[in-house]
Design a binder for this molecule. Structure first.
Ligand SMILES: Cc1cc2nc3c(=O)[nH]c(=O)nc-3n(C[C@H](O)[C@H](O)[C@H](O)COP(=O)(O)O)c2cc1C
Ligand code: SF4
Length: 678
């Protein structure tokens, strides 16, 4: 038996967990009709198979109609949930993982225009900035009703065979009662600490009465809101003792902070560039003070930190949640002593940000996550070895190389630059986004193990490609910034890439015209404003940076708002002209015939990229498929079979930005879904 602290079993009441690694609750927004169907089940089963000890399904499964889903949550108030949950639980159990589910009433953290259009409820009228609903202040019958709803939902889950349930109490209804900032009720549910805690304990008592003792019940709660006038650390510590002494719960799952704004949420669930494990010591303090089973997750992305969390006695179970989205096979790789093979979570938070925009949680650089029904995490070997030549070593190219090599093919990669990475190299120029380099570094390490041949500093033409005598050619040459967008003065502007690469020095009074709305403009603004320059970001959209989602925006704003930076929405850059040693920029509007002018010394344009596709078009006429892609097969996980030119010696495919400007996830997904069947 291993003596790795992470691999030691843990006894939680009657339940034996096979190791110390858990996935904390997180709603990936995979439900169909509010139910955890195929996609949901496959996602958890993959992780159960790979050895995680406990998977906490759902995240905020809703216990009541007036807690409508804001990110496609599971509807635990419907009886039909039992059958769907049971299928998922049974299958995970078959693979040795324990399964729990998190239940909640969102209180004010939702919207009235979802679900049944019922009023949003909370113990005060204070609205939550993120979801914007002005709540109804709860009445006695709301309180009684919702306590019963919790107990009913827990009973349904017990019927589905889950090992236990966890209640969510950070930013949701239970802790909206705790915090003086969100509870203006009178006694018995408002006022002093006893009264503010009453609702939560009433819920726990009602659930325990319903499910009995042989069922795990836990609480995931903020032990310190860290906000003026809020629920304090002293109150959190007192609550922790009361929870233990109540005999109602079996473990504490500790959170620190508050989540009602994007910025606050980002401090609870840190993104790339922020400190690892920022709340681990706090969770450890609660464990030390209570001597009670303690779980915790918050940016513990690597095995070494997780091991430390357990070995140092700060935690009983360590959550590696996004880490498991990036690589479901963490535990198996630890057991097999292959920690180097773990695909690292780079904290990009593409996963979490997407659910707040109504999307499904996808991992920026593991496109099989959430698509387990069609995309493999483990690449199967090909029936026959082929020669595959790839041009471009950006994210699409290196993923194609990795997958092709895993299939057992002979793989050659040409790259014009002296290093791999493509656009990620630019992104990672920023210290705060340095973690992005792991997307490339992990793939390069995997490619090296499988003997992929890389030719750097090589601008491959058709002859160079044909000289490799390929069976398949993959063009992953990416794109170049497009700045030819003005009626006049295109020669006077630079691209955001020029700034990020350091090819162009920042000016002192800079206008950034951002028509792409992605990271590049903000990253350029960050870099330029850091020099003390004045920066105005102008966009024709009705909000700035529409492609940079909520939590990703936070670190930018924390920098930009401290500096001389302004945002101007709904204006479009029309032209630029030289005026002395300055530039006169004319802005127009999509809304009417109006103009404004700016006098600046530098204009930056961010308008996405245009494909670098010459090589593709050179090769296309000689190829067997004439470049054509079977979209049906690509979308459903099938193999490509188009044959348009039987005399051709090879097939050619284009992926990533070499087709059209998209993002890293799209580029890597293009590569995986194409190459997994080549
Ligand atoms: C897509 C996604 C959805 C989440 N939803 C919930 C949720 O509903 N309830 C909850 O308590 N935590 C939720 N979380 C937070 C995670 O449980 C975890 O605390 C967080 O990701 C930090 O841990 P990590 O760094 O190991 O990922 C979510 C996280 C992600 C990535
Ligand atoms: S999207 Fe980013 S934060 Fe989320 S799991 Fe993937 S690498 Fe980690």
């Amino acid at each position: 038996m291993s003596n790795d602290p992470l691999l030691q079993p843990y006894k939680l009441k009657h339940l034996t967990l096979r190791n110390r690694i858990m996935i904390t609750s997180h709603e990936p927004a995979y439900p169909e009709d509010g139910m955890p169907k195929g996609r949901y089940r496959a996602y958890h089963v993959e992780r159960a198979k790979a050895g995680v000890a406990l998977t906490m399904t759902a995240g905020s499964a809703s216990v009541a109609r007036d807690s409508p889903p804001v990110f496609n949550n599971i509807l635990a108030w419907k009886d039909e949930v039992v059958g769907w949950m049971k299928q998922m639980v049974d299958e995970c159990h078959d693979h040795g993982a324990a399964v729990m589910i998190q239940l909640t009433h969102l209180g004010r953290r939702t919207r009235w225009d979802k679900g049944d259009w019922l009023p949003v409820v909370s113990p005060s009228h204070e609205r939550e900035p993120s979801h914007r609903a002005f709540p109804k202040k709860m009445e006695d019958w709301d309180i009684a009703r919702i306590i019963e709803d919790y107990a009913d939902a827990a009973e349904r889950m017990k019927a589905a065979g889950v090992d236990g349930v966890e209640l969510e109490a950070y930013g949701h209804l239970i802790d909206q009662f705790w915090s003086p900032l969100t509870n203006t009720l009178d006694a018995p549910y408002g006022g002093d600490l006893d009264n503010r805690l009453r609702f939560g304990f009433d819920v726990l008592r009602a659930i325990r009465a319903r499910v009995g003792d042989d069922f795990i019940l836990g609480l995931r709660y903020t032990g310190d809101e860290m906000v003026e006038g809020g629920f304090t650390k002293a109150e959190g510590m007192e609550l922790s003792h009361r929870l233990k002494n109540s005999g109602l719960v079996d473990y504490l799952n500790v959170i620190r902070g508050h989540i009602e704004t994007d910025a606050a949420l980002t401090d609870v669930i840190p993104v790339q560039g922020m400190k690892n494990a920022p709340h681990l010591d706090f969770a450890g303090e609660i464990r030390a003070a209570t001597g009670f089973p303690t779980f915790h997750a918050a940016k513990i992305p690597d095995v070494a930190t997780a091991r430390h969390a357990i070995a140092s006695g700060k935690l009983d179970m360590v959550g590696m949640t996004r880490a498991h989205m990036a690589d479901p096979h963490i535990v198996r790789k630890i057991i097999e002593k292959r920690e180097d093979d773990i695909r690292p979570c780079v904290g990009a938070n593409y996963c979490l940000d997407r659910i707040y925009q109504g999307g499904l949680a996808f991992c920026l650089h593991n496109p099989a996550t959430g698509r387990e029904e069609t995309m493999p995490h483990l690449i199967p070997a090909a029936a026959a070895k082929r020669r595959i030549t790839i041009v471009g070593a950006g994210p699409a190219g290196v993923e194609a190389a990795r997958v092709a090599a895993e299939r057992g093919h002979e793989v050659t990669v040409f790259e014009a630059a002296d290093q791999p990475g493509g656009q990620i190299r630019l992104t990672a120029q920023d210290e705060r986004r340095r973690e992005m380099t792991s997307i490339i570094a992990w793939r390069m390490a995997q490619c090296e193990k499988k003997g992929v041949k890389f030719h750097f500093n090589t601008f491959a033409d058709a002859d160079a490609v044909l000289a490799t005598d390929p069976d398949e050619v993959i063009i992953a040459t990416g794109g170049l910034p497009h700045v030819e967008v003005l009626k006049a003065g295109n020669d006077l502007v630079h691209s955001a890439w020029d700034i990020l690469s350091g090819d162009v020095k920042p000016g002192s009074n800079v206008l950034i015209f951002d028509d792409a709305g992605d990271h590049a403009a903000l990253q350029a603004a960050d870099l330029i404003s850091a020099t003390g320059a004045a920066v105005e970001i102008v966009t024709p959209d009705r909000s700035f940076s529409p492609e940079v989602m909520a939590m990703n925006l936070v670190p930018y704003m924390r920098n930009l708002q401290k500096r001389n930076t302004t945002f101007t929405v709904t204006w479009r850059l029309m032209s630029v002209a030289r005026e002395g040693n300055q530039l006169r920029a004319v802005l127009g509007s999509d809304y009417g015939d109006v103009t404004r002018e700016r006098l600046v010394d530098q204009v930056i344009v961010n308008q996405g990229t245009r494909p670098l596709d010459d090589l593709y078009f050179d090769l296309k006429p000689q190829s067997r498929n004439l470049g054509e892609v079977d979209y049906e097969a690509l979308s459903t996980g099938g193999a490509q079979g188009i044959l348009r030119n039987p005399g051709g010696r090879f097939r050619v495919f284009r992926i990533g930005d070499a087709v059209a400007a998209r993002n890293t996830h799209a580029a890597i997904y293009d590569a995986l879904r194409l190459v997994k069947d080549l």
